[in-house]
Design a protein around this ligand. Structure first.
Ligand code: UT7
Length: 325
């Protein structure tokens, strides 16, 4: 028994902020942001908006496309580090907004790798026969946690949510192989001391600077390239394929220079890598499921194609999953 994604969905806050918008409040430039990251705009939560609403909308889209009612789900797993509450989990909050009772709902905290980690938890449980229908969510709002005076981090992140409905199936389609890794010794390369407090780009008050997102970007850059390339090669080999067999790579969207460097290391043509970060920025755990949903909608892959998901983020964490669509 294995598991297969049968519906995906995405949602973002209503307002997109361009690099020019950020130029007005930070010592930065459209030229720097585009050339160093590939980002042109990002959707940012404004004061009073709720990531829970956004994740619920993405989940409803995924359920609709799957043709499954929320009440049929056996579990909800959310990859997120952005819950407004230390507890209950974000997944429990989504459970309530979806109106589902009596099923397990919990979060997986793996920062930008959150969706890939959550997908693996769902897949393994379904392989073990524990659940038959699972909603997996990736949702984050890191823009509400950055220091809006720090141009090194504030320009990078966007907010949003993506979701996938998975069902257990005997194969041959579905999740073929997943590999996950963490390097706790390097946790201080990307961290956030406290959660729960929102300080959106438009809010008047600010988080205490000590409680904002901290990132050692250049060091993280090198590790992200090596780890995403290595885990991608390993997961494909373990599944008994070569990279040439893969139709499309759907990576975590942190920086176009990271994506190109990973492709160079793997000898992958750039057009095999799906990129949408120019419009979303780095949406952390939401980036892979948002990109998956968009790539599917754009016809970048179809039934029986091999699709590779990979991600790297705070923890450090990284992982990759090979799917036969
Ligand atoms: O999602 C989890 C995984 N995330 C990542 O893997 C992120 C990895 N890191 C990166 O993507 C890149 O390191 C960044 C995009 C974060 C930074 O790019 P960089 O080319 O490594 O820049 P840098 O931090 O080395 O800074 C170079 C210069 C500095 O100026 P000086 O000190 O050389 O005069 C910065 O002050 O660029 C300056 N700078 C900016 N200038 C204008 C940094 N941010 C900005 C900015 N606007 N927003």
């Amino acid at each position: 028994m294995g598991s297969r994604i049968i519906g995906t969905g995405r949602a973002v806050p209503p307002v997109s902020f361009s690099n020019q918008d950020l130029e007005r409040q930070l010592d930065t430039s459209d030229e720097w942001i585009r050339s160093r990251t590939g980002i042109s705009s990002r959707y940012l939560m404004r004061t009073g908006e709720s990531l829970l609403d956004i994740a619920t909308e993405a989940s409803r889209h995924a359920l609709d496309k799957a043709g499954i009612k929320a009440g049929e789900l056996d579990a909800i797993i959310a990859g997120t580090v952005s819950s407004e509450y230390a507890f209950p989990s974000f997944a429990c909050q989504v459970q309530r907004t979806l109106g589902v009772t009596s099923i397990p709902a919990f979060d997986v905290a793996a920062a930008c790798s959150g969706f890939v980690f959550a997908l693996s938890v769902a897949d393994n449980s379904m392989r073990a026969g524990v659940w038959k229908k699972v909603l997996v969510i990736g949702a984050d709002a890191l823009s509400t946690m950055v220091d809006w005076g720090d141009r090194r981090t504030a320009v990078l992140f966007g907010d949003g949510a993506g979701a996938a409905v998975m069902v257990s199936e005997p194969g041959p389609r579905g999740v073929l192989e997943t590999l996950l890794r963490s390097a706790g010794e390097a946790w201080d390369l990307l961290s956030l001391r406290a959660t729960g407090v929102r300080a959106s780009a438009d809010s008047e008050w600010r988080r205490d600077v000590a409680d904002t997102l901290k990132m050692r970007g250049p060091e993280l850059f090198k590790i992200a390239v090596k780890s995403m390339a290595d885990i991608t090669r390993q997961v494909v080999e373990r599944a008994g394929f070569t990279l040439a067999d893969v139709r499309v790579v759907i990576p975590h969207q942190a920086n176009i220079r990271i994506l190109n460097a990973v492709a160079d290391r793997l000898g992958l043509p750039y057009d095999k890598v799906f990129v949408n970060l120019e419009r979303y920025g780095n949406t952390s755990a939401a980036s892979v499921p948002i990109a998956l949903d968009e790539a599917l909608e754009a016809g970048r892959f179809g039934d029986n194609d091999l699709v590779l998901l990979n991600a790297c983020g705070g923890g450090l964490t990284w992982g990759a999953s090979l799917l036969r669509w």
